[in-house]
Design a binder for this molecule. Structure first.
Ligand code: BDR
Ligand code: CA
Length: 323
């Protein structure tokens, strides 16, 4: 069983990934931590509690960071996930679940210390909670099994950024936090736009999930309507990208991906702010590599078997509906 903490700015694709985590029999979801991003953190926490209620999710919800470490906060991109972050589906007035007493970064530290070498952190929003946890207790880096993130863009398959030509939303939203996260010596696996945008969950695919996936399938269909509309207009695709679910897919089946390892840095100022760069091959000028010496190696996913990703997501949701 993978013990997972899910760190999320719970918008539409985050909710899609949350159901995948909750329904996958190989996952023991031990906590949900929230962060600003797609929506303000208060909305993210409310959404996590709502989905917890709706699907009887046992994992506690701990509320996290509301602003980036250094940058000034920016308004949330409500045109992507809707005002309420869940595609503006109607939400109930009363939500029964309540947040955990600890803030997200403390919750992460506690869980990692309680279960040394067992926790996988799946982080699919700004990396702020992870950076705060590391600042408070750098020792956790040696005790986390793996950090699997959705974020970044490395230019494979012609995929550029989705906020600027070089920057992806989760990284540019708090580039300092992301760089601190990559500076730590815990094993990080990155699912960036290079692989997530190779995986399009089409309208027809989502309709099949709606028809075969019970209550979960209907919920996923409802929340994706607004998001699909956004992608149709913004990216010209007929469906939604499998962003945050890709991080979950990696946990369940890493063989879906081809990877490259090397240190990763994030640009924290200037025209390329938010760009993620993995150490290029410096064989022509080995001395140049010394500038980035001492940074830990991390793993970037550079290829995905998109059909197997789609099958995996589909099967987890549809099988989950039966149990
Ligand atoms: C990422 O940004 C957010 O909008 C999504 O939830 C995803 O985590 C994609 O760039
Ligand atoms: Ca997200």
């Amino acid at each position: 069983l993978h013990k997972v903490i899910y760190d999320t700015d719970i918008g539409v694709d985050d909710a899609m990934a949350l159901l995948m985590l909750e329904f996958a029999p190989e996952v023991d979801l031990v906590g949900i931590t929230t962060v600003f991003g797609n929506i303000p953190v208060e909305t993210a926490t409310r959404n996590a509690l709502y989905v917890k209620d709706l699907f009887n999710i046992a994992a506690p919800v701990a509320a996290g960071a509301g602003t980036p470490l250094v940058l000034e906060s920016k308004p949330a991109p409500v045109h992507v996930h809707g005002e309420n972050g869940l595609g503006d589906i109607p939400l109930p007035d009363v939500i029964h679940a309540t947040p955990h007493e600890l803030p997200a970064h403390r919750f992460i530290i506690d869980m990692v210390r309680k279960h040394p070498n067992e926790i996988t952190i799946v982080a699919v929003g700004r990396m702020t909670n992870l950076a705060l946890a590391l600042r408070e207790d750098p020792g956790i880096a040696a005790l986390v099994k793996e950090v699997v993130i959705m974020g970044g863009a490395f230019g494979y398959h012609g995929h550029s950024g989705n906020v600027t030509p070089v920057a992806e939303a989760n990284i540019i939203g708090d580039p300092h936090a992301a760089d601190e996260m990559f500076a730590a010596a815990w094993p990080v696996v990155v699912l960036g736009l290079d692989v997530t945008q190779e995986c399009v969950m089409t309208t027809a695919y989502m309709a099949e999930i709606r028809d075969k996936g019970g209550k979960g399938g209907q919920f996923l269909w409802d929340v994706t309507r607004f998001y699909e509309d956004f992608y149709r207009k913004a990216a010209g695709i007929d469906g939604v990208f499998g962003h945050d679910s890709s991080a979950v897919a990696y946990v369940l089946d890493p063989t879906l991906y081809a990877v490259r390892s090397g240190p990763i840095r994030v640009v924290t100022e200037g025209i390329a702010i938010g760009q993620t760069i993995q150490m290029p091959n410096t064989r022509r000028f080995p001395a140049a590599a010394s500038a980035w010496a001492g940074r830990p190696e991390h793993t970037v996913c550079i290829e995905v078997d998109a059909q197997r990703f789609l099958d995996l997501y589909f099967n987890v949701i549809v099988d989950g509906a039966k149990t």
